[in-house]
Design a protein around this ligand. Sequence first.
Ligand SMILES: Cc1cc2nc3c(=O)[nH]c(=O)nc-3n(C[C@H](O)[C@H](O)[C@H](O)COP(=O)(O)OP(=O)(O)OC[C@H]3O[C@@H](n4cnc5c(N)ncnc54)[C@H](O)[C@@H]3O)c2cc1C
Length: 438
Amino acid sequence: MIDRSELLNATDEMIDEAVKYADPMVLRGLVYQLTGDESIAATQATVADIKHSQASNASKELAIVQSKADVSDPAQVAMIQAKAAAFLKSYRDKGAPDIPCGTPERISRSLNLCAGADIPASELEMWVEQLALDPWARSLVWSDPPASQDVQKFVVAVIGAGMGGLNAAVQLKHAGITYFVIEKNDEVGGTWYENQYPGARVDSPSRTYTHIYGVDFEYPNAFCPQRENLKYFRWVADNFDIRKDITFKTEVKSIVWDEAAKLWEIRAEGPDGPRVWHANAVIASVGFLSRPNMPDIEGMETFEGKAFHTARWPKGLDLKGKHVAVIGTGATGYQMVPELAKLAGHTYVAQRTPNWCFDTKSYLDPFPSQVNWLDRNYPYIRNFIRFRLSWLAGPQTFAPIMRIDPQFEDQHARSALNKPIRDQQLGSSNASWQAVLI
Ligand SMILES: Cc1cc2nc3c(=O)[nH]c(=O)nc-3n(C[C@H](O)[C@H](O)[C@H](O)COP(=O)(O)OP(=O)(O)OC[C@H]3O[C@@H](n4cnc5c(N)ncnc54)[C@H](O)[C@@H]3O)c2cc1C
């Protein structure tokens, strides 16, 4: 049973206050799903009108891309919040038992209400999976179950214990398949263990950055810093009891198929020297960013100062009073440079290709306490937040922004849609593009 002791001790005022911290669109879908209350379904979600100089060119597609539909009428927002609070108080008064998430028949309408759009029928199954009510959605279901002795004899090797390797291990364990994991580091987490530069954090919303079975992991920020991301991967390893199946500090050097034995031979180097394993199948989860790519810059070998890749940040490095030069202004650059500017004597930035990023409100801020309180106490709110943010970051939002229109003629912009976004970032348009969070 889920521990709801906090809720049982909550006053009406605390609940009334907390629901104001939830996205009304999340409450709209969630409370409808839990109650079937048609007055919630009758509220209007509208897409903010885009006022920018090139609206005629950008046309309909821009409106679709900017379609962060919201309930804009304050009276309707207040009504949704009041209904959400009423549900929670009544749930508390009943002793806050474990409850199902409404009826399955309502789910597609609830998701439409939460998205503020009609989800295409062909995508519905995927979005229901994203809602993560079923932690084992997409896991193995045998169509023709093999004999148990055959399953027992079949061994899978997983290389790497980052997001991908841990997931492979959890899924294999869930399916009852024998497996082992080999990891070169002395801890799980991969990317989030290795990247410890100042300012390291996710640039996609943390609520969408968990496995489906991790939906209830409590994230304290909309965009979590490295230490919170690492905490999540440690939680996966511990919660699913994977750690005991991982051989740490051991780097795989070769994987060769032995045709006679019908097995993979895996050779690795560990603290006690070379080791050899055999497995029926290998899942390589070595990550595509786990080997830093050092550029070949003339004179680097004779540079006498410290020089390192951000993924190999020296422990305890003191930059006070130092002159630091950063090469590159991608996601890592924009996270790190403001932090270095605080730490170092002077920070220089070398940029080859300028790129764009959207203003992201509260990118660095932790949530107000009410947000995590709701996470712990409002049944299924995390599922609906996950869905809403995944939807807003989904292909229907971002694909059109990325598309290059070969017919579009402009010195800088790549499409009619790209132009107003660019203009807004340059401050020459009033259109209000903002990344979405909570
Ligand atoms: C700074 C940074 C920020 C990022 N932010 C985001 C984000 O916001 N959103 C997003 O979706 N993605 C982000 N990413 C991408 C991120 O890498 C992936 O989201 C994800 O963590 C990759 O997981 P993985 O398991 O595939 O690889 P990794 O996390 O790289 O894990 C691979 C593991 O394999 C191990 N390994 C490699 N070779 C061997 C070997 N030969 N033998 C044994 N073990 C081996 C490594 O030690 C490592 O533990 C970011 C990446 C970086 C670097």
